[in-house]
Design a protein around this ligand. Structure first.
Ligand SMILES: *[C@@H]1O[C@H](CO)[C@@H](O)[C@H](O)[C@H]1NC(C)=O
Ligand SMILES: *[C@@H]1O[C@H](CO)[C@@H](O)[C@H](O)[C@H]1NC(C)=O
Ligand SMILES: *[C@@H]1O[C@H](CO)[C@@H](O)[C@H](O)[C@H]1NC(C)=O
Length: 322
């Protein structure tokens, strides 16, 4: 069952309707024309590649299913114009000058299956950037030389994603927790990044061994002593290393435990000593009593026993006199 329009699409549509009715936008949507310098065919493909465009094309047919704007110098994908195209399945934005993609950029593109953002100048990918793209199957985001940060949950909602390529960027770490959870994911391109081969990036090596091609070009960028070595190779080595080495907290733990054991040992030895001394005294006392009892021949007679106790000093001399 399909529910009512998604929450993020609703305000957008209202704004569009409002703008249209007040005549602010001279309806790029309703035109059945084709943008300048682009070629539109009856298969709903709009081809604008290599046309020296610096802005996103206007006048796009509303029903566009494929849009190719690669090899231009477009600096921004305007959310409002892009999200008219709710039937868009294929979007190629490669080789442009895109520096930023916001949460609302792809807000309404629920049918989009292919997205190419390669050869741009992206710097970071935020949490919700690809969130609305629930049908996305292939995402290519290679060759962005400054791209050094991808949010851990950037792909968390792309349950249909099968192929992800982030090769040849400037990535040192990638949290793969949400990637591993994607049910359809079968290939991840990671080569050509200066990956950090430290223990905190250990999970990445698991992914590399299971889903990555081009293992030869997936090498460590740091630390210096294993720079240039294949990530897949050092992965196995690191896994053993990372789980053997102890951090300073581990050492502190051992020191504390050692001290506790030492203290417990000392206290228990002392307690044992005290018990021994008391026990010895008790035994001695008992022996003396027995001696006295033997002498008087009155074991059960408490009256005499008490008297004898009180008069111990005197009695003690007594046997010597016998
Ligand atoms: C990028 O587009 C320019 C034209 O704008 C072209 O000359 C260049 O070869 C393209 N680069 C790639 C990698 O496709
Ligand atoms: C790549 O990232 C490093 C820091 O991790 C930075 O120093 C360097 O300038 C970045 N390279 C580019 C091309 O932005
Ligand atoms: C990866 O991200 C998840 C949250 O998405 C977080 O719980 C986890 O600690 C992160 N892992 C690393 C190694 O940073």
């Amino acid at each position: 069952m399909r529910l009512a329009p998604q929450p993020s699409a609703q305000p957008l549509r209202l704004i569009v309707l409002l703008l249209l009715s007040t005549g602010v936008i001279t309806s790029p949507v309703l035109s059945s024309g084709c943008p300048d310098r682009c070629v539109c065919d009856d298969q709903l493909v709009v081809q604008c590649a290599g046309q020296h465009l610096t802005t996103f094309p206007v006048n796009l047919p509303l029903a566009t299913r494929q849009l190719i704007i690669s090899n231009n110098r477009i600096v921004e994908l305007p959310p409002l114009a892009l999200n008219y195209l709710s039937d868009l399945v294929y979007l190629d934005c490669s080789n442009n000058s895109l520096t930023e993609i916001s949460e609302s950029t792809f807000g309404n593109l629920r049918k989009l299956a292919y997205l190419d953002l390669s050869f741009n100048t992206l710097i970071r990918i935020e949490d919700r950037t690809f969130g609305p793209l629930t049908s996305l199957v292939m995402l290519r985001m290679t060759d962005n030389p400054g791209l050094s940060e991808i949010h851990p949950d950037a792909f968390a909602e792309n349950a249909a994603l099968q192929v992800l390529d982030v090769s040849r960027n400037n990535l040192t770490v990638l949290n793969i927790t949400s990637l591993i959870a994607l049910p359809a994911l079968r290939s991840v391109g990671l080569s050509g990044n200066p990956w950090s081969c430290e223990c905190d990036n250990e999970d990445l090596q698991h992914l590399i061994l299971s889903k990555t091609e081009h293992l030869g070009q997936t090498v460590c960028g740091s630390p210096a002593d294993i720079q240039g070595r294949r990530l897949g190779e050092v992965g196995i080595q690191l896994r053993t290393l990372c789980h053997q080495t102890l951090g300073s907290w581990d050492y502190l733990f051992f020191v504390v435990i050692g001290f506790v054991i030492f203290a417990a040992g000392t206290v228990s030895a002392w307690v044992m000593g005290v018990i021994m001394v008391l026990y010895e005294r008790y035994i001695k006392k008992k022996d003396e009593q027995l001696d006295v009892d033997d002498l008087t021949g009155c074991c059960g007679c408490s009256f005499i026993f008490n008297r004898q106790l009180l008069a111990r000093k005197h009695i003690r001399i007594f046997p010597e006199n016998v």
